[in-house]
Write a protein of this length. Structure first.
Lengths: 350, 179
């Protein structure tokens, strides 16, 4: 086992990506994720990898497309405004069924917005970040340990299902340091018969492409892709339950706000309020099942997030609006205090 | 051991994040739960910079310190900003060579230490943060004095390893000031 070390969330992503066998990083600096690129710039040349600071976010994501086509693990990272620029490339990756990791350490928006933490790219990430009908796997780390573990998992599942994955973190997760045990190095053994690696005159050409001018063929590919999504929804949904056994109020929150909510739950429990939390770890696929089950038991849900109310829509859909769902949120880089979350819990409990 | 929720604040360049890192590494070496969260962004240029450190025996929830029980301040705006947040019974360490006013609370313990002047006079300029840290560790026991040197070795980059002794000397001076 690796020893416990102290790392920033952004550095943990970078090191975990290297341990997961990623040797190609393409990026462009933007606060609050620049440490990912800085770490890669230092490490990649020493291990025979490629670090490239592209001329733009768009160039970086298209370089990822190029490497991914060859079956190698590739990634890029950015923060919200930069991710907007990458969406064209992400759509192309999805259209070409290519695995890749895109890290989004979110900051407040819209526009250039601010540089402080946010979760306002929830819709962008979970509805398919780009044009066309598609999803990407979306992971929401809530600790530096998960920044590392989910990076590893994201690479693996992206490859398994041949689709892009997004690590959707926020500025706090990126900047904070916590003890972390890095994952063991991944042995890359998966066969990739689709990759463009040169035929060596021994096989038919592989073609990586997202242009299909035949409506019949394009429809078929879309339907096939969504069949795959059904499997993923059934088998790859991840969440964590916290103090839900006897809970009458259920908080739903991910990332930094789940950490704040934890403090509020501990305090509420001291005051005799039965509250727990379902923390989605995957945002797509969304943990609908545990939420619907919770709806049978609790009297209300409180969604705590750093946006004007985005995940709350998925919660309402998941529980088929069977119980009231209230929103506790701050935006623009502000983060609710445990006291604010506690007040929302008390209001829901009335 | 009680939880320590620590805010270290002042101007960018005073070694505030570094000070927090020493505490965080000591916590790691002691096998405790911890988090270290820096301020980042424009406030580092000229305004106040700060870092939040939590040391605990149970998993850390929010890494954001709302009510520090230990506050270390190295400029007046930081004292203005955080004074009211300090938990009753908490401890405040004031660099009294940079902050003229007194703390307006009677439910906290305050140590006024002219750290920046002391550092300059002892030929340890730039190490006022370590003087305050020495005083903090001695009076609050937030980390063990035994793990401190190892933590410091971890935080000082290799190219600055020769500064270890000066850092320890500053910490000693801080300890002596509150002995």
């Amino acid at each position: 086992m690796q020893e416990k070390v102290l790392m920033k969330g952004n550095e943990a992503i970078a090191e975990a990506a290297i341990l997961a066998g990623c040797r190609h990083y393409f990026g462009y600096p933007i606060t609050p994720q620049t440490e990912v690129a800085a770490y890669m710039a230092k490490r990649m040349p020493k291990i025979g990898g490629t670090f490239l600071q592209a001329e733009s976010e768009i160039a970086a994501i298209n370089m990822v497309y190029g490497v991914a086509s060859t079956g190698k693990r590739a990634m890029t990272s950015s923060s919200s405004p930069g991710i907007s620029l990458k969406t064209e490339g992400i759509s192309y990756l999805a259209g070409a069924d290519l695995p890749a990791l895109i890290v989004n350490v979110q900051r407040g928006g819209p526009g250039l917005g601010g540089i402080q933490p946010s979760q306002s790219d929830y819709f962008l990430a979970t509805r398919g970040p780009g044009h066309g009908d598609f999803h990407v796997l979306v992971f929401a780390p809530s600790s530096v340990q998960e920044m590392a573990d989910l990076t590893s998992l994201a690479f693996d599942l992206a490859e398994k299902y041949r689709m892009p994955a997004m690590l959707l973190a926020d500025g706090t997760m990126g900047q904070m340091m916590e003890p972390v045990v890095l994952p063991e190095p991944t042995e890359l053994t998966r066969e990739k018969p689709w990759a463009v690696t040169g035929t060596k005159c021994a096989r038919e050409h592989n073609i990586i492409n997202s242009l299909y001018l035949s409506p019949q063929e394009l429809e078929r590919l879309n339907i096939e892709r969504f069949e795959r999504y059904k499997t993923i929804e059934a088998t790859e949904t991840r969440w964590e339950s916290f103090m839900m056994d006897d809970a009458e109020i259920c908080i739903v929150s991910c990332g930094i706000t789940a950490r704040v909510s934890r403090n509020a739950i501990v305090e509420a429990r001291k005051q005799g309020i039965k509250v727990g939390m379902i923390r989605p770890i995957t945002l797509w696929p969304f943990p609908e099942k545990p939420l619907l089950e919770a709806a049978e038991k609790v009297k209300a849900f409180v969604c705590v997030e750093l946006n004007m109310g985005q995940m709350i829509q998925d919660v309402e859909l998941a529980i088929k609006c069977r119980k009231p769902v209230s929103l506790c949120s701050r935006v623009g880089g502000m983060i609710p205090s445990p006291e604010e979350v506690l007040a929302a819990i008390k209001q829901a409990n009335e | 051991m009680a939880d320590f929720e620590i805010v270290i604040a002042g101007f960018g360049g005073q070694g505030l994040l570094f000070t927090g890192k020493v505490l965080a590494y000591a916590g790691l070496l002691e096998g405790r739960e911890l988090s270290w969260l820096p301020s980042y962004g424009p406030e580092m240029r000229g305004g106040t910079a700060n870092c939040n450190v939590i040391l605990s025996d149970t998993p850390v929830g929010s890494p954001i310190v709302q009510h520090p029980n230990v506050l270390m301040v190295m400029n007046a705006p930081s004292l203005d900003k955080y004074e009211a947040d300090v938990a009753p019974g908490g401890t405040i360490f004031v660099d009294s060579s940079l902050i003229e006013r007194k703390v307006n609370r009677d439910d906290v313990t305050v140590y006024y230490i002219p750290a920046t002047r002391m550092a300059a006079e002892a030929g340890l300029s730039g190490l006022a943060n370590m003087i305050l840290l020495g005083a903090m560790i001695r009076t609050t026991g937030c980390i063990s004095e035994d793990t401190l040197p190892d933590a410091l070795h971890k935080v000082i980059p290799e190219r600055k390893a020769h500064l270890f002794d000066a850092n320890m000397k500053a910490i000693e001076a801080g300890r002596a000031e509150v002995a």
